[in-house]
Design a protein around this ligand. Structure first.
Ligand SMILES: [Fe+2]
Length: 484
């Protein structure tokens, strides 16, 4: 495993630039969100009280380009009081918030980090970056308090990424749709025919995740106790917003309107640019098939009793319990729904799964927990040196270190050539067992994916960061389904 490239091979892996870029092209490029006025105010007040007039000025001057990775809600979700320590078996966790400035040339620069939010900024340790902009000179290597703060942000993001973004929002949500579809749609139904190829392996894999991976491995890697983690998973599922998570809706809600993604300001957001284009390609393919099948348009969709029964099954208390799932009554709604199912199973899962090896096998970049209690004051944090960072890593706990390094490696296992989305498109064209309407649409789908492969390379070449290409969504590598 140590022969594969990882971020630790970079001399600047700890830099603000590499940290900022991971919010756009790392393992979790899906939760960076426009900062609300409440957070801007809170950070502004903290900056003022720390005598950071430069930060106050910046926050006031460009509020529409401030973004957050907001993990401040961990305690309230898992049922811990604001002051409680997040810890389990010598592992310590945190509920961090990071404030970023999206600069006009597209660099996402971290400005401040609340290490572990305890109900208010006054009760929490807030540290500001000495470097106000991406161009501000400074010895980043020796700024140990700030490096420690970035590590805390990564620990928090590890938890949200693995348990919510990855496990719940891809594996578990897709499972509900698979089960509901198999309970309600006749085997020959066109929706089932479109989706079946994207549902290979997922149910048995999820069973293994429930019986082994989460209880015996993941739970032993984090600072949360088992019931806390399960509360976190359950809350994420209950709050999953189906329609709000359609790619154009999700990007707009988080402050990245799809029609602006080619602006220079967004050129580093590789995930957004790739996934928005991929959504269009998937939607065109699905739209072609369903428009030719439902020739009666909206009325025919509304009259499809299997679809109505499927939607009820996904929402019902004794079924999927996915409260936000819509009643599908129009052709557009049906096309969006099928597009979303393929999106989650294929490009979305690929984006949040297959970079784990690169970013997480090198443990200091994104540990799943810390091994020393967090500092309780800014003064304590400001005294931190390299040794304090090493002490917070599992240097003396080889089992923890091995789990943190090897689990991401195993989960990033390369997709076999015959399990990619492009292979599916190419072989579907000549597949006798596939309905003709799908076979015919697959021709253009294959072409679009081949062109998209070049777009993926182009977007990667346009990134400021040319040390780590962003090619995970190349259709020659994108998995057809949630395979691992
Ligand atoms: Fe996965």
């Amino acid at each position: 495993m140590y022969f594969s490239k990882n971020i630790g091979h970079r001399d600047d892996w700890y830099s603000d630039a590499a940290f900022g870029q991971q919010q756009f092209t790392g393992t979790n490029p899906t939760t960076i969100t426009l900062a609300s006025s409440r957070w801007i105010e809170d950070f502004g007040t903290a900056a003022h009280s720390q005598g950071r007039g430069d930060m106050v000025k910046l926050l006031n001057s460009d509020p529409e380009n401030l973004f957050v990775q907001n993990h401040s809600d961990f305690r309230s979700i898992v049922g811990l009081p604001p002051n409680a320590e997040i810890s389990c078996d010598g592992r310590y966790g945190c509920s961090s918030i990071t404030l970023f400035h999206l600069e006009s040339q597209g660099k996402l620069h971290p400005l401040a980090i609340i290490l572990d939010y305890k109900g208010s900024t006054e009760e929490s340790v807030v540290i500001f970056n000495r470097r106000t902009t991406a161009d501000t000179p400074g010895d980043e290597a020796a700024d140990w308090p700030w490096r420690y703060a970035k590590m805390c942000a990564q620990v928090s993001d590890w938890f949200r990424h693995e348990l919510v973004v990855h496990l719940v929002y891809t594996h578990l949500v897709e499972e509900v749709l698979i089960v509901a579809a198999n309970r309600t749609l006749p085997p020959s139904h066109i929706v089932l025919k479109l989706l079946e190829p994207h549902w290979k392996t997922t149910l048995s894999l999820n069973e293994a995740a429930r019986s082994t991976l989460v209880p015996k491995i993941i739970n032993e890697m984090t600072a949360f106790k088992d019931p806390e983690t399960y509360a976190f998973i359950k809350d994420a599922y209950q709050r999953f917003d189906w329609v709000g998570s359609y790619v154009p809706n999700d990007l707009r809600r988080r402050g990245f309107p799809v029609e602006k993604l080619n602006d220079v300001k967004y050129h580093n957001y590789g995930y957004a640019r790739n996934i928005a284009r991929m959504w269009e390609i998937l939607r065109k393919f699905v739209g072609t098939v369903l428009t030719k099948t439902y020739v009666g348009g909206d009325a025919q969709v509304a009259a499809d009793l299997s679809i109505a029964s499927f939607c009820r099954q996904v929402r019902s208390i004794d079924g999927g319990q996915l409260g936000t799932f819509p009643s599908i009554k129009t052709l557009d709604e049906l096309i969006d729904f099928v597009t979303m199912c393929i999106h989650i199973a294929s490009p979305q899962h690929t984006a949040v799964n297959y970079l784990q090896q690169y970013y997480q096998t090198f443990v200091p970049n994104k540990p799943s927990a810390l091994f020393r209690p967090l500092p309780q004051s800014l003064a304590e944090l400001q005294g931190y040196r390299e040794k304090d960072i090493l002490d917070a890593l599992p240097s003396h706990r080889s089992r923890d270190w091995l789990l943190m390094a090897q689990v991401p490696y195993l989960l990033s296992m390369e997709v076999a050539e015959d399990s990619t989305i492009l292979h599916y498109a190419a072989t579907t064209i000549n597949s006798n067992s596939t309905p003709r309407v799908i076979r015919e649409a697959a021709e253009a789908f294959k072409y679009d994916l081949q062109v998209f492969a070049q777009t993926v390379s182009q977007y990667s070449e346009e990134l400021d960061d040319q040390q780590t290409p962003y090619l995970v969504l190349d259709p020659y590598r994108t998995a057809i389904s949630i395979l691992i």
